[in-house]
Write a protein that binds this ligand. Structure first.
Ligand code: PRX
Length: 651
């Protein structure tokens, strides 16, 4: 991997920024970037204080950054604000009749909201939440398709100070239950359905299953997405409430809660290296300022833009760059409910042409899929409204970058390859469009306030090692819900507590550009989705015949990485297509269908060191059909030949 990447870096092409883009941009020159960057590192209080002053505060802060209780950093201590107020109310002054949100459903239905209408709907939603007994600090789970209510319910929670925990619509009942139990949610917001590839997703049915045993859940608020399916929805008397009924008499005004800067804004569960996902805690003020400023400069938001981030709000990208960052900047955002190939493979390009989208932000796996489908689909639509393209979620290979640049961007749009994580809250490493020279495959340089380093295990700077962040930044996570210890050990214990540990490997080239290699832990990045192998192993073991399993991620042309499972059955049981289907069914039902592995291989044994540690590297080599390399540390080297043979039988 290291050698492959190094030779790529040596041969790389560079793309010079466009002066015509820069001349109208929010940040106009590399010198300006350099000057502001230096200030953000050397005088963070001045820099971030100025950025924060562009937003609304009910009460000012006493200090910008409080480092007295490291690594429990506090930002804007003493201040009072509300992120919903800043996203919505603040924009009424100058943008009341500007479109805030454009929605297109998969069947082609559309709804649009001006900032005034978004205000009305958000207030109505907030009043409905209040009438259901939701108060500041209560946890609310949101399990919705990508419809306007997904955005509105998040904003309404923020408005009243309830902590939202959005759960991606692809997660299955057990995954949802685990998240609801950990955060003891009082309310679940869901819908009667949603559309994906022409099929109706029965979200309420999944929630009915998920909430069994969740004693904290008092009410389920159901949005009517689909009139036909709503007739078949089971509504439990006393617990389940239709949103259109509960909201019918609610006012369209609501005074937003004055939130303390460090009050919790949301929880977002993400995969860690153990079998249970961790609830990443984000708080109010720092997250608000971080997403506001990064959106302003990295997406160069102007009032004339139509901004489309294709992520679901169930992921951090959806939180920071579908909802909060763009609305804080008064942007017009587009959301689309369905699949990119429904009813045909030109759907995304059709949306861009129809709504004159000017900024598009998507994932490399999607770009590679579009490449495979063929140029005729984007070429059949008018994409000249686009002026800026973004990429996120996984390393983008140069071929995909170049295709995105040429076929989608018409060689005129800068590309921002943005590296960040659920934990970082906002973009950490990215070009500034029109200003930074780009190199396909590199996320380039740090954003303001971000002080990265590539380190050896001993903590020495190197050109290839672990990516670490030296200083706190406003949108950083404040902890792991119910588990303060895991926050310190997981993120702030390497290198004597002096750096945030990212879990990513990276290269720093001779120009100081960062190239993210990928995760160093047992997290697999499949199609931009962060999946824990420990969670898959935990689900697999619940099949009564399974004795042990190991899951790994291996390189994949489209998905970046694909999952491969190696399963040992208990003595006396034989692997078969039937057992394989049963295990996959368990994974689909417990975790979500997107976690079903590419290939599941039955084996007699797993490659282990003498101390019993599974050598995942060897399994990865088998899946990638590489030379096996050194197997001398294996307790039993014969094991690996057998596994390779079983793997190949499935070709
Ligand atoms: O490995 C990195 C990869 O995605 C991980 C974070 O995943 P998640 O918390 O789900 O957030 C994804 C969206 C921000 C990182 O540890 N990753 C994210 N962006 C990039 C990336 N890898 C390379 N290049 C990127 N631009």
């Amino acid at each position: 991997m290291e050698e492959d990447k190094k030779s790529l870096i040596d041969q790389t092409q560079t793309f010079h920024p466009s002066h015509s883009f820069a001349s109208q941009a929010n940040l106009k020159s590399f010198d300006e970037y350099q000057r502001l960057y230096d200030e953000s590192i050397n005088s963070p209080d001045t820099f971030w204080g100025r950025a924060a002053n562009e937003l609304h505060w009910f009460e000012p802060w006493r200090s910008v950054l409080d480092q007295s209780d490291k690594p429990n950093f506090k930002w804007f201590s003493g201040a009072k604000t509300n992120i919903c107020y800043n996203c919505v109310d603040r924009n009424l002054e100058t943008r009341e009749n500007k479109l805030a949100l454009i929605f297109e459903g998969e069947p082609g239905d559309t709804r649009v909201f001006t900032y005034r209408q978004l205000f009305d709907e958000t207030c109505k939603f907030a009043n409905t939440l209040f009438s259901l007994g939701i108060r500041k600090g209560d946890r609310v789970a949101i399990y919705l398709p990508l419809i306007p209510e997904a955005v509105i319910s998040m904003l309404a929670c923020a408005r009243i100070g309830a902590i939202h925990s959005v759960i991606f619509g692809g997660f299955a009942a057990d995954s949802i239950r685990g998240r609801i139990l950990d955060s003891t949610c009082k309310l679940v917001i869901t819908s009667d359905g949603g559309y994906r590839r022409g099929k109706n997703l029965h979200m309420k049915t999944i929630i009915d299953d998920a909430v069994t045993g969740c004693s904290s859940v008092e009410k389920i608020l159901v949005i009517r997405r689909d009139n036909t399916s709503s007739q078949n929805v089971n509504m439990q008397e006393g617990r389940d409430v239709w949103y259109h009924e509960a909201s019918a008499d609610k006012l369209t005004t609501h005074e937003s809660e004055h939130m303390d800067a460090e009050d919790m804004l949301f929880l977002l569960y993400t995969s860690g290296t153990t079998g249970t996902p961790k609830g990443i805690v984000h708080t109010t003020a720092g997250y608000m300022v971080g997403t506001y400023l990064s959106t302003k400069y990295i997406f160069d938001i102007h009032d004339s833009d139509i901004y489309w981030c294709t992520a679901d709000v169930g992921w951090i990208t959806g939180h920071s760059y579908v909802v909060y960052g763009p609305l804080l900047n008064g942007a017009t955002i587009l959301i689309y409910e369905g699949a990119p190939d429904y009813p045909n493979k030109a759907r995304y390009w059709d949306l861009i042409e129809k709504y004159r989208v000017s900024i598009m932000y998507t994932a490399p796996t999607a770009i590679r899929t579009f490449m495979k489908w063929g140029d005729e689909f984007p070429n059949s639509k008018n994409l000249t409204s686009l002026r800026l393209l973004g990429s996120v979620g996984e390393p983008i290979n140069p071929a995909a970058w170049l295709w995105y640049h040429k076929v989608i961007g018409g060689e005129r749009c800068p590309i921002v390859d943005t590296w960040w994580q659920t934990e970082t809250g906002s973009i950490m490493i990215s070009p500034i469009p029109g200003v930074t020279i780009t190199k396909p495959g590199s996320a380039t340089l740090p954003f303001f306030g971000v002080d990265p380093a590539v380190l050896t295990d001993e903590g020495n700077e190197t050109d290839y090692g672990t990516l670490a962040i030296r200083k706190p930044w406003p949108a950083m996570l404040r902890g792991i819900y119910q588990n303060p210890g895991r926050y310190v050990t997981g993120y702030w214990s390497n290198w004597g507590g002096a750096y945030y540990y990212t879990s990513d490997g990276a290269i720093k080239d001779q120009n100081g550009y960062y190239w993210i290699i990928g995760r160093l832990d047992d997290i697999v990045n499949v199609a931009g989705h962060r999946i824990s192998t420990a969670e898959l192993e935990g689900a697999t073991i619940t099949h009564p015949w399974v004795a042990e399993s190991a899951f790994i991620g291996a390189d994949h042309d489209i998905k970046g990485q694909a999952l491969f499972g190696f399963v040992i059955l208990k003595a006396g049981f034989q692997g078969s297509d039937q057992v394989r289907a049963e295990i996959n069914e368990i994974i689909g039902r417990k975790l979500g269908r997107f976690e079903i592995p590419e290939r599941l291989v039955f084996v007699n044994d797993l490659p282990k060191t003498r101390s019993g540690k599974i050598m995942r590297r060897l399994l990865r080599n088998i899946a990638e059909r590489k030379e096996l390399g050194n197997t001398s540390t294996l307790a039993d080297p014969a094991v690996i030949d057998h596994i390779a043979e079983e793997f190949r039988k499935l070709d």
